[in-house]
Design a protein around this ligand. Structure first.
Ligand code: FMN
Length: 184
C-alpha cells in the first residue's frame, strides 16, 4: 500500500479474529516502531508480545486487578475482564520506558513511544491487518503493571490488538481538517 494511502485511510478495527499476523508481517510491524521520531535515539519503548495461551494469562491478570479494585465485582464482569485479551490473536503491550537524559524530558520520551505505537498501527493497516489501540483503566493499574514486569520508570501506553479483520471496516470520520490549521 502506498504510504500516503496508509496515512490517510487507516482506521481502527475493534472486531478481530485469527489468523495472527505471519512472522514476516510481524517483523514489518516491529520495524515500523523504529522509524518513530526519537530525540537522542533513546528508543524509550519496549513491547510485550502476547499471543496464544499467554493471552489467557493476561486475562487472569486483568481479572485479578479488577477484583482487587472492587471486591464486589460480579462474576460476569470478572469473566469479561478475563476475556479481554482474547479479542485478537495478538496483543502488543506497548510500554514507554523512560531513560533519564539531560536533554530529553519524560514527556518527549512518552511521545516517541506513542509515535512508535502509531507506526505499528499503520504498518498493520498497510499489510491488510486489523488493529486497535486500547488502554482503559487496566493500562494504569499497578497490579497489571507489576504483573507484566514494568519498572517504576515505565508506563503502559497501550494494548495494541492486532489480527485479521472480522467483518467490515468502518467509515472514516470526516473532519474539517482546514480548521485545525491556522496561519500564524
Ligand atoms: C492512547 C489511546 C488509548 C485508547 N484507548 C481506547 C480504549 O481503551 N477503548 C477504545 O474504544 N478506544 C481507545 N482508543 C481509541 C481507538 O484506538 C481509536 O483510535 C478510536 O476508536 C477512533 O478510531 P480510528 O482510529 O479508526 O479513528 C485509544 C486511542 C489512544 C490513542
Amino acid at each position: 500500500m502506498d504510504a500516503l494511502d496508509a496515512l490517510h485511510l487507516r482506521s481502527s478495527v475493534p472486531k478481530l479474529s485469527g489468523p495472527a499476523p505471519s512472522p514476516e508481517m510481524l517483523e514489518n510491524i516491529y520495524k515500523a516502531a523504529f522509524s518513530a521520531a526519537d530525540h537522542a535515539v533513546l528508543r524509550p519503548w519496549r513491547f510485550l508480545v502476547v499471543k496464544g495461551d499467554s493471552r489467557k494469562r493476561l486475562g487472569k491478570l486483568f481479572a485479578k486487578a479488577g477484583v482487587a479494585n472492587d471486591a464486589s465485582l460480579e462474576p460476569t464482569a470478572i469473566e469479561k475482564l478475563r476475556c479481554k485479551p482474547l479479542r485478537a490473536p495478538l496483543v502488543l503491550v506497548c510500554i514507554s520506558s523512560f531513560k533519564p537524559h539531560p536533554k530529553v524530558p519524560e514527556i518527549e520520551q512518552d511521545l516517541s513511544a506513542g509515535a512508535a505505537t502509531q507506526n505499528m498501527l499503520l504498518a498493520a493497516f498497510a499489510q491488510g491487518l486489523g488493529a486497535m489501540w486500547r488502554t482503559g483503566s487496566l493500562a494504569y493499574d499497578p497490579i497489571v503493571k507489576n504483573g507484566l514486569g514494568l519498572s517504576n520508570e515505565e508506563k503502559i501506553i497501550g494494548f495494541l490488538y492486532i489480527g485479521t479483520v472480522d467483518g467490515g471496516t468502518k467509515q472514516l470520520c470526516e473532519a474539517d481538517i482546514q480548521s485545525f490549521f491556522q496561519e500564524w
